[in-house]
Design a protein around this ligand. Structure first.
Ligand SMILES: [Zn+2]
Ligand SMILES: [Zn+2]
Length: 148
């Protein structure tokens, strides 16, 4: 039976990625979680796989994008709701600005060049204001900050 054939979306199959115990003991690993060798040895909880660096970066980036997407959606909803009740005097301009900024950052994370993406991820992690980031993205992309 071929266990690894279920997902074939990515470019090429990962090279041997044995779990830690199997790598240490240089035994064959069937790459399950936990793998057969670890289960047989009675240490399924020690069966860990270390993601290569790029993987970890990709995961961090994916997390960030998911998070941002959620934020953008929430903000959009808030703005839509406020727009429905026009009477409120709350300055939704700022919210709109923030949502727009988030969309810029968000699309930069998805489509931007890698060095920009990692710069952004780092700065988002540090809690930098999204409008600051959007401004820098716009500069980086060689555009002014006219939004959409
Ligand atoms: Zn293993
Ligand atoms: Zn294992």
């Amino acid at each position: 039976m071929d266990v690894a054939s279920s997902q074939s979306s990515k470019s090429k199959p990962r090279a041997t990625a044995s779990c830690h115990p199997c790598r240490t003991r240089k035994v064959k690993c069937n790459r399950l979680s936990p793998c057969e060798a670890c289960v047989t040895r009675g240490i399924p909880e020690e069966c860990k796989y270390s993601a290569p660096n790029e993987d970890r970066q990709a995961i961090a980036q994916a997390d960030m994008i998911t998070e941002l997407r959620g934020k953008v959606n929430r903000l959009r909803e808030q703005i839509a709701q406020r727009g429905a009740y026009r009477c409120s005097s709350v300055s939704s301009e700022e919210d709109e600005e923030e949502a727009a900024a988030m969309e810029i950052v968000y699309s930069a994370l998805r489509l931007g060049p890698e060095d920009l993406v990692w710069k952004l991820v780092g700065r988002i992690r540090e809690g930098e204001d999204v409008r600051e980031l959007a401004r820098d993205v716009a500069n980086y992309m060689g555009e002014d900050d006219s939004v959409l």
